[in-house]
Design a protein around this ligand. Structure first.
Ligand SMILES: *Cc1c(COP(=O)(O)O)cnc(C)c1O
Length: 365
């Protein structure tokens, strides 16, 4: 009898050693760990899902979410042929790498940044190349351009630092990128006050700007993302992502929030920005050095982040710890690359966070 080959021996070599993405997502009373909308779901989206009616769930959604593309185009002020949608912006990033990078091509990204990016690069057999941020948390345009990537990824505001990159930095990368390079700008947190570079897509046929409905729009569980770029560019991403990626319920909810739900979104964004300033002040009063954020979260370098987060979790508050981050700044060097990332929510949640944080600080000495 021939032995059954192990799954490992039949798995692609460049894929085999990639670990399953599985951060601690155990439910917690106050969850400020993943930057989703702490105010919940927009009511207009809940009504829209009820109205589409269960019977439509027996049929496939639109192949490429044309109605949603129209709604996004209206929101952005562009035409639907410059939009591609996906099952979350994760799907957009993954599909873009598959569309533009041959196996072995380099994907260049700032460090630290969104951990899914090097993971998606490796899944698609591209080589991830990390380029450290500058000491003031900007992208290093010169070094990123010199790194010879097929794809250059920028995330602004950046996750996990929360800092927005300077517009000139992004513009430099876009303008100096060679003819065979794609620039992918991730604007997952753009609604929280930073300036978008979407208008640059009109003059730069190899610039793709990715966005999500998972943060300011409160629809993370429904998985809706999109990107804006030249029609020929987004058409390639659309081919790569494949049909039926946005469900009937997700499309209805997303269209609703982009229309009658925009008031809800704007109000919560304004509250987030107020609470972000107040929360950073609270951290500064404690002698800490929170990083200036343009997102719905704040990163603060602290020593022993894992221990602190563990104690806080026991007190019912989840935040996201990081250890071994690149020590790009003085503040991160002081803590040995250890930091917490905290989602900004309603103030009662932030007050609970601060109380649990103070207790954890005492417990961890
Ligand atoms: C949260 C986040 C996303 C959004 O991912 P979805 O798949 O749309 O939920 C994308 N990029 C960054 C940097 C993020 O933090």
């Amino acid at each position: 009898m021939t032995p059954t080959p192990s799954a490992r021996s039949v798995t692609r070599a460049s894929y085999r050693d990639i670990a399953l993405y599985a951060p601690d997502r155990a439910p917690c009373r106050v969850d400020l760990s993943d930057n989703t909308n702490a105010w919940g779901v927009p009511p207009s989206s809940l009504r829209a899902i009820a109205e589409v009616g269960g019977s439509s769930f027996a049929r496939y959604p639109q192949l490429y979410a044309d109605s949603l593309k129209q709604a996004i185009a209206t929101y952005i002020g562009t035409t639907p042929d410059t939009i591609v949608t996906g099952c979350g912006s994760d799907d957009i990033l993954d599909s873009a790498i598959r569309a533009f990078a041959e196996p072995g091509d380099r994907m260049v990204f700032p460090d630290p940044t969104f951990p899914m990016v090097p993971l998606f690069a490796r899944m698609n057999a591209a080589e991830p190349v990390a380029v450290p941020l500058t000491r003031d948390y900007d992208a290093d345009a010169t070094a990123m351009l010199a790194a010879n990537g097929r794809i250059i990824y920028l995330c602004s505001p950046n996750n996990p630092t929360g800092a927005a990159f300077r517009r000139e930095t992004i513009q430099t990368v876009v303008e100096r990128a060679r003819g065979d390079q794609i620039v992918l700008v991730d604007e997952a947190y753009i609604e929280y006050g930073a300036e978008s570079v979407v208008t640059l897509t009109r003059d730069h046929p190899r610039l793709l700007v990715a966005r999500t409905m998972s943060k300011a729009f409160g629809l993370a569980g429904l998985r809706v993302g999109y990107a804006i770029g030249a029609p020929e560019l987004v058409a390639e991403v659309e081919k790569s992502r494949g049909p039926y990626k946005v469900s009937v319920a997700a499309q209805a909810a997303a269209i609703a929030v982009l229309g009658e739900g925009m008031g809800w979104v704007r109000e919560r964004v304004a509250l987030t920005i107020d609470n972000r300033r107040r929360f950073a002040e609270e951290l500064t009063r404690r002698g800490l050095r929170p990083i200036d954020s343009a997102a719905n979260f704040v990163m603060v370098p602290v020593t022993r982040a894992n221990d602190i987060a563990r104690v806080m979790r026991q007190r019912g508050v989840a935040v996201r710890p990081f250890e071994n981050l690149s020590m790009v700044s003085e503040a991160l060097a002081e803590t040995g690359g250890s930091a917490l990332r905290i989602t900004i929510g309603p103030w009662d949640m932030m007050a609970e966070m601060l109380a649990a944080f103070d207790e954890a600080g005492r417990a961890c000495g």
